[in-house]
Design a protein around this ligand. Structure first.
Ligand code: UD1
Ligand code: UDP
Length: 359
């Protein structure tokens, strides 16, 4: 019996190929939802879009300070693991859910598999960087999406036999859902837009949106890009960003702010956008896989593969730099290669677990 731990939007999406594959192979498993995300449009909509079974457990951890949120998940996950003694626990990514899920399992000597291991921004001010490093170092199987990630792990002294280069399950999810998403054309009508005639934006990173100056810089940059290109700037806004924009009383003129979208509608918009501007990790990857140019609203990235192949550029939050980066990316040739794998990462991960006798 394996346990898949998830709690936030990207984890539901990136673990969905593994959940499907467990079903296909008839591997006994259960899903532990930590409840880190709980609003319908950050949680349930993805189970519906991806036709996933309801989680067996929900810890209802909710929002809070890091210690409080991580602590609740740690205590709750420990109870569940104690009761069920899964043969292995899988966590994905770099959230507080991952930190607590991996730690709870490791302390009970349950083998931990970290999906998307080895990513490094080398910026320890990001909570995600701390979470990744700790999760990697308490894990027994490290599923690195690329050779670059595997190299970082080796450099930190992780033994070779624990590392598996699998590709990123984000590609599995895109390949499995793009065709279905292409039929969700209602969203294009709702947004009153056409293919190649709009710019898609997301931003939610704490270091950006909890800082008045940085969030104001992003919004100013976005409206400048909209003005120069004459294109609609569509911004499905994360609840954290909505809250902070309100609290800071910032101007969003020239930007079409909409509620967060389900995965299928969002994937369709991504695939048809002229340009994507984001501080999201998963969206840097998806843009690269879909062949859509990306401007990252950060000074660093743990996705250096996207910079290397030329699908992405770092702009930070200065309005002028955002405008210049958007110009540069719109004129770039889109023929880059996809560094994140062939869409079979989930299968490789389950193969590795089987070889270790864990499934
Ligand atoms: C978390 C992750 C981040 C990930 C992101 C994916 C950590 C430290 N951060 O950030 O790495 O990129 O999820 O989206 O684990 N809120 C709601 N409804 C929800 C969830 C959140 O309204 O369902 C609001 C609350 O006001 C909450 C805020 O968003 O305080 C932040 O939520 P939280 O889970 O703490 O962090 P995220 O910014 O979502
Ligand atoms: N996403 C979505 N609807 C939205 C915004 C994002 O379905 O309105 C999906 C997107 O396709 C990607 C994932 O959410 O797969 C990224 O999540 P997020 O940016 O919240 O987290 P990160 O990847 O930065 O951890």
């Amino acid at each position: 019996m394996i346990c898949l731990v998830l709690g936030t939007r990207p984890e539901i999406i990136k673990l969905s190929p593994l959940i499907r594959e467990c079903g296909r192979r008839q591997i006994p498993f259960f899903v532990l939802h930590t409840g880190q995300h709980y609003s319908y449009e950050m949680d349930r909509v993805f189970f519906e879009d991806l036709e996933l079974p309801a989680p067996e457990y929900n810890l209802d951890a909710g929002s809070g300070l890091h210690g409080e949120q991580t602590g609740k998940i740690l205590a709750g996950a420990e109870q569940v693991f104690f009761r069920h003694r899964p043969d292995a626990v899988l966590v994905q990514g770099d959230t507080n859910t991952v930190l607590a899920g991996a730690l709870a399992a490791a302390k009970l000597h349950i083998p931990v598999g970290h999906v998307e291991a080895g990513l490094r921004s080398f910026d320890r001010r990001m909570p995600e960087e701390i979470n990744r490093i700790v999760a990697d170092h308490v894990s027994d199987l490290l599923f690195a999406p690329t050779e670059t990630a595997a190299r970082y792990l080796r450099g930190e002294g992780i033994p070779e036999e624990k590392i598996f280069v699998t590709g990123n399950t984000v590609v599995d999810a895109v390949f499995q859902n793009l065709e279905i998403a292409q039929k969700k054309t209602g969203v294009m009508e709702r947004m009153e837009t056409r293919e190649g005639d709009f710019i898609l934006v997301t931003a939610h990173r704490a270091e950006n949106v909890d800082d008045r100056g940085r969030l104001a810089g992003i919004l100013e940059g976005l409206s400048a890009v909209g003005e120069e290109t004459g294109m609609q700037v569509i911004f499905p806004v994360h609840p954290r960003t909505a809250k902070m924009t309100r609290e800071f009383g910032l101007d969003t003129r020239g930007i079409r702010i909409v509620p967060p979208l389900g995965y299928l509608e969002f994937l369709l918009l991504e695939s048809k956008a002229a340009l994507i501007l984001t501080d999201s990790g998963g969206i840097q990857e998806e843009a690269c896989v879909l062949g859509v140019p990306c401007v990252t609203l950060r000074e660093n990235t743990e996705r250096p593969e996207t910079l290397k192949v030329g699908s992405n550029v770092l702009a930070g939050t200065d309005p002028m730099t955002i405008l210049e980066s958007a110009r540069e990316m719109r004129s770039r040739d889109r023929g880059w290669e996809n560094p994140y794998g062939d869409g079979h990462a989930g299968e490789r991960i389950l193969d590795a677990l089987a070889r270790r006798g864990l499934t």
